[in-house]
Design a protein around this ligand. Structure first.
Ligand code: UDP
Length: 313
């Protein structure tokens, strides 16, 4: 029987590379596209000699030409950490808009199923809590985070338009803060940042008073949710994340405890438009996919800390 082919854009990134692993393990042929501006070759180095895996260095902002049959397109290409998308605001806007358009064009051409990696950032600094998929969000379009938030909101809109007009079988996942091995230590997101600061014996930087909240999902839980949704024909957005909510101050204390670190906590100004609270309502994913996260924060952090320990910068 012919193996199914999946194209993963952003396949050398943190989530993209875990997805490539899972797809190869499930018997797919995987075409991994990445321009490596925030993705890294070392994330996929172990797949290089696998006959079912092909890496193509390509910026999906330009036309995507693929020969042969494609069954699934998983569009994960984008800078995704606030530090990265502040550094690459135009690339972020282009990959969310032009890149999504090209990936959808490929889906139309190949009659493939399409999945968009969207984000909890579409809810902006949310005024309802926890966030349900029916909430339209509170985004500042001209703020520093606007490049990411609006690109993903556009990406959702064009995905629905292709679904409605061209009848593409599309899925939209809204990914909440996810962490685990293969995050870049310098990507600026809170978990790698705290671990990195502890590793180099620097104080850990809590922004604001650390009262803002986030809900952290371990990467294997997220990948399981994504994989389950691939075989469900559900076209409305689905939140994927771990609903257990922590303040950033609590997170800092927990990481200090788990690393037995003596580093101090220092407080730094809160970045512009930093959401005050974030927690997914995952009722839809639970009902649709019989899915919920299994790995608690302490367990996931232990694995992440260990992984970062092995990969000293
Ligand atoms: N944060 C922090 N110290 C850091 C990095 C981040 O206090 O060194 C805070 C940040 O202000 C935000 C939260 O941690 O409130 C999560 O930040 P992250 O960059 O991981 O992603 P976000 O959820 O904001 O997209």
């Amino acid at each position: 029987m012919r193996k199914k082919t999946a194209v993963v854009t952003g396949g050398a990134g943190f989530l993209g590379s875990h997805l490539c692993d899972r797809l190869v393990a499930e018997g797919f042929k995987v075409l991994c596209l990445d321009n490596l501006i925030t993705g890294e070759s070392k994330n996929i180095a172990h797949l290089k000699n696998d006959p079912d895996f092909t890496f193509i260095k390509h910026n999906v902002t330009s036309y995507i030409g693929i020969k042969g049959k494609v069954d699934h397109i998983l569009h994960f290409a984008s800078p995704a950490s606030p530090v990265d998308y502040l550094k690459y605001p135009i690339q972020t806007l282009k990959v969310g808009s032009l890149g999504t358009h090209n990936a959808l064009g490929l889906a139309k051409e190949k009659k493939a199923k399409f999945m968009l990696a969207s984000t909890s950032e579409v809810y902006g600094d949310p005024l309802i809590h926890p966030q349900t998929e029916s909430y339209w969000g509170n985004v500042n379009p001209v703020g520093l985070r606007g490049c990411y938030d609006e690109a993903k909101r556009f990406a959702e809109a064009i995905t629905m338009a292709y679904h409605r007009v061209h009848k593409i079988d599309t899925r939209i996942i809204r990914i909440f803060n996810t962490y685990g091995p293969r995050m870049r230590m310098n990507d600026g997101r809170v978990i790698p940042n705290f671990i990195y600061q502890i590793k180099i014996d620097k104080p850990i930087t809590v922004y604001g008073r650390g009262k803002q909240t986030r809900s952290f999902c371990y990467v294997s839980d997220l990948i399981e949710g994504i994989f389950r949704l691939m075989s469900e024909s559900f076209n409305e957005p689905v939140n994927l994340g771990n609903p257990k909510e922590f303040t950033i101050y609590e997170l800092a204390k927990l990481i200090l405890r788990l690393t037995k670190s003596k580093s101090r906590i220092v407080f730094r100004p809160l970045p512009e438009d930093d959401p005050k609270q974030r927690k997914p309502d995952i009722a839809r994913a639970k009902r649709l996919l019989s899915w919920q996260p299994k790995i608690g924060l302490e367990q996931g952090l232990k694995s992440t800390i260990e992984w970062f320990g092995l990969k000293r910068p």
